[in-house]
Design a protein. Structure first.
Length: 583
């Protein structure tokens, strides 16, 4: 365990013992907390972003973490009009449950998604670990990658009344979950929670957690009170201060303070779309629209460590504020626009088209059809109705009035060489220098224009897979022959065979999970590690796994035969055919 993690766990235990001994939680320093929250909600954001390369995304090597991009998900049973999605949100509600609720069970089985399983429990005083094992066996039987979010929102419920008990139970359950290669552990408090129950009381330690999650609901009113006091709207970030980019700041600061380097997700969340207070639909839409856009655009610009957002598209009649978007065309359209933007993952194993990158990070940007998209992250407290104006060399080129304030910049409108771009709103202006060369621009320095290597005279190798019919695979990096062995892009092969692929950038290790089979290879190593119900095995490779053209390539025959697949090679046509695999 890292030193920071040890110190954090010690702090948790000491605070938990103190709270248990006193029978109550110590009162916070209300003045200091108000000042801290005031700083958070008053912090302005005004920055230019571009569509950067996916290699620029932060990566922590966590289980099931995509190398880049953000899984976009929704409650499974209300997601039909929003397909395809990269994630399904669903729930189990007892220690022992024989199956996932219908229709989520059918959808998870049939669709190419990763699942967020919210495991709701109400009492940690008498935990049935045998029942928990049975439920985990049930989840494992789907042989699909799943996040298990056990005993969430403990910082605003009775689950958190005894912190040391919570930590003990969570660790025990996490150890059980980690026995299954297709299950990952998510520790997921409420984004704000009770003010006297800070995150530190409940964090179980890095080795027990794969991802950090939060429930993040953008609410107009605090505690169902239309007359919310100013200080309460600051403490709980409601009303004017209710933006997803504000509400995640406490968990981000907690992670930074304690050196917790893990991907972050909105385990579930939403923006208020109706209330019991008689607000007109027009007034609600004007309040909700920019905040929904903030959740799906500004949030992943500001916090690139966020790798999943699950929308709670459910109408609960008994709740004062509701968050479902299906009945509201404007809200549904915002969700779909973001999902189709290219920044989100909408199918397991896919990669996004781009990740948002600060303009001054130095990306070389190639114009498509003469256009480079520009975006602005703009937040000015208590001023949601702003517009952003773009100028190049002092001349107006575009104004945008809604998040993400996109400008399709025509690079052919300027000459090659150095130029100045400015963004302006609410009396605030920022300037950026960029260089243009042909169809390329780059902020801060001249573009680094890369040319492709010369093509080989040999025809490319084709890959076909037999799965009912015959399907040709189309990898973006063609197979190559090294020392007489054919190396293929690992993701496209394992995806076609129904396996989930995970990449650890720190250790340069690729893992694949499917059925009862797990495979692991490390770049540069000649050893393939294989785990099946019959035990573990190490297979020596003639050629090590390696990175070519920014893609991980592996020896085809050894990997396919580890899955008991039949591999055929036609030298005349340079064709590979894979069939009859067993996982």
């Amino acid at each position: 365990m890292k030193k920071t993690a040890l110190l954090l766990v010690l702090a948790i235990l000491l605070s938990a013992l103190s709270a248990s001994a006193e029978g109550v939680f110590p009162d916070p320093d209300w003045g200091a907390l108000l000042r801290e929250r005031t700083t958070m909600v008053k912090e302005k954001d005004f920055e230019l972003y571009v569509e950067g390369g996916t290699e620029n995304a932060p990566y922590f090597g966590a289980k099931f973490e995509p190398r880049s991009g953000v899984y976009i998900g929704m409650t499974a049973e209300t997601s039909e009009e929003f397909q395809p999605l990269g994630s399904y949100l669903t729930y189990i509600e007892s220690f022992s449950q024989s199956d996932i609720y219908y229709p989520a069970n059918i959808m998870i089985e049939q669709d190419n998604v990763i699942s967020m399983i919210g495991w709701t429990v109400t009492d940690l005083g008498d935990v049935d670990y045998d029942a928990i094992n049975q439920t985990l066996d049930m989840l494992n039987s789907y042989q699909k990658p799943m996040f298990v979010r056990f005993a969430n929102e403990m910082n605003c419920s009775q689950l958190g009344d005894d912190p040391d008990l919570y930590v003990e139970v969570f660790r025990n359950v996490a150890d059980l979950i980690h026995q299954y290669p297709n299950l990952a552990v998510v520790w997921s408090p409420s984004d704000l929670g009770a003010l006297n129950k800070p995150f530190e009381y409940y964090y179980p330690g890095d080795e027990y957690v794969d991802w950090i999650g939060v429930s993040c609901y953008t609410q107009k009113y605090f505690n169902n009170n239309q007359d919310t006091e100013y200080k309460d709207s600051v403490y709980f970030m409601t009303g004017d201060f209710s933006w997803a980019t504000n509400r995640v700041k406490p968990i981000v600061e907690f992670m930074k303070k304690h050196g917790i380097n893990k991907p972050l997700m909105l385990s579930e969340g939403g923006v208020m779309t109706s209330s019991a207070f008689g607000d007109s639909e027009e007034n609600i839409a004007s309040w909700t629209s920019p905040r929904l856009r903030n959740m799906y655009w500004s949030l992943i610009m500001r916090y690139p460590q966020i790798k999943m957002i699950n929308y709670f598209n459910i109408n609960r009649p008994y709740e004062t504020e509701k968050f479902d978007i299906s009945p509201y065309p404007y809200a549904s359209a915002i969700f779909k626009e973001a999902a189709e933007s290219g920044a989100y993952i909408r199918s397991l194993g896919d990669s996004p088209d781009f990740v948002f990158s600060k303009a001054d990070n130095g990306d070389t940007l190639e114009a498509k059809a003469g256009v480079v998209p520009l975006y602005t992250l703009a937040y000015f407290p208590q001023n949601p109705d702003i517009s952003v104006t773009y100028r190049v060399d002092g001349s107006w080129i575009h104004s945008a009035s809604q998040i993400p304030y996109r400008c399709n910049f025509d690079v052919n409108s300027v000459t090659d060489g150095m130029h100045k771009l400015t963004i302006e709103t609410a009396g605030t202006l920022r300037s950026y220098t960029f260089y243009k060369s042909g169809q390329y621009i780059c902020f801060g320095h001249e573009p680094e224009i890369l040319t492709a290597p010369p093509a080989s005279d040999m025809p490319e190798i084709s890959i076909y897979i037999k799965n009912g019919g015959l399907q040709r695979l189309e990898p973006d990096q063609p197979p190559v022959i090294v020392d007489g062995r054919t190396l293929v892009p690992v993701r496209v092969i394992f995806d076609a065979m129904g396996m989930y692929v995970d990449w650890n950038d720190e250790t340069k290790t690729v893992s694949a999970y499917g059925g009862n089979t797990a495979i692991k290879l490390t770049i540069g190593s000649n050893t393939l590690f294989l785990q099946t119900p019959n035990g573990s095995d190490e297979i020596e490779l003639d050629v090590p796994a390696q990175i070519i053209g920014e893609r991980t390539l592996v020896p085809l025959r050894a990997v396919a035969e580890a899955c008991s697949a039949l591999v055929e090679w036609d030298d005349a046509t340079r064709t590979i055919t894979i069939s009859d695999w067993s996982l």
